[in-house]
Design a binder for this molecule. Structure first.
Ligand code: FE2
Ligand code: FE2
Length: 270
């Protein structure tokens, strides 16, 4: 049977094939591949700036993301699901703070929710070209999930979500791009840096597809946040905990849950 033939294929092998799995989950071999292929140009240690520390520690996106917003548990737990949503929201906070030094608390929170929500109505982890538009339409009908004080940013949030999976070549033709440029550019780059989550280096972040410049420090943080939170989910099967513990690890320079010897072994895996 064709099904049994594919049962033991790991994620990396599956993603290297022409026909990709509809839902994508990590396995130990693919995680080991990811940890042992951290690009040499990325930094070994992360230094998170104090504004980002304050923003993430007070907003705690992993507590704001709701399982019910996803279509089902396969999409929630998959590679575009809950953890990706939280990581994109953390990166979005980081880029927003870097590129608008005077950003208000409410706008920052709207940026965080845009990151959390941008992929939530995806139907699968494979090609789903309408998921941005679908998610924006869903948000129009479910705007009551948002705190009242971010609602003035709803048009920007919806526009950014609706175009986030489109190319800049197309986005720049849209009349509203100029109006909502900040949200679009921040979400596009935040989504792009989380491409380090894929166990395929040719899919990783490239400055080529986005407009905001990304520092080596931000790329390094994105790689580590993706790798550690995916590893933690593989162990705990708890989305919220995986992201919060990965954040704690990167923030505190110590691992409160994962034994540092295991992590070192994974990093040094040959
Ligand atoms: Fe997307
Ligand atoms: Fe995404």
């Amino acid at each position: 049977m064709q099904k049994s033939k594919h049962e033991h294929i790991n994620l990396r092998t599956a993603l290297l094939r022409t026909e990709k799995p509809r839902h994508q989950f990590y396995d130990w071999d693919s995680l080991k591949w990811l940890f042992s292929h951290k690009p040499k140009n990325l930094l070994k240690k992360n230094k998170i700036n104090s504004k980002l520390l304050d923003a993430v520690d007070s907003l705690r996106p992993w507590e704001k993301c709701d399982d019910k917003w996803f279509l089902n548990s396969l999409t929630k737990d998959g590679i575009h699901g809950f953890r990706h949503a939280c990581r994109v929201s953390i990166h979005a906070l980081s880029f927003a703070l870097t590129y608008d030094k005077k950003i208000s608390k409410d706008e920052l929170e709207a940026i965080m929710f845009t990151g959390i929500l941008h992929d939530c109505r995806r139907k699968n982890d494979n090609a789903d070209s309408l998921h941005g538009i679908r998610t924006a339409e869903w948000l129009t009908k479910h705007a009551n999930i948002l705190p009242v004080h971010v609602l003035s940013f709803l048009p920007a949030m919806k526009f950014a979500i609706s175009v986030h999976n489109d190319s800049y070549q197309n986005i720049k033709k849209r009349k509203d791009y100029k109006k909502f440029k900040f949200f679009v550019d921040v979400i596009k780059v935040a989504d792009a840096v989380d491409r380090y989550r894929f166990p395929r280096s040719d899919w990783w972040f490239s400055q080529h597809f986005i407009v905001l410049p990304v520092s080596t420090q931000k790329m390094s943080f994105a790689f580590d946040l993706a790798a550690i939170s995916e590893l933690l989910f593989f162990i705990t099967k708890n989305n919220s905990k995986s992201v919060s513990l990965a954040w704690d690890f990167l923030k505190q320079k110590k691992q409160p849950y994962l034994n540092s010897r295991i992590l070192t072994n994974l990093y040094n895996f040959k």
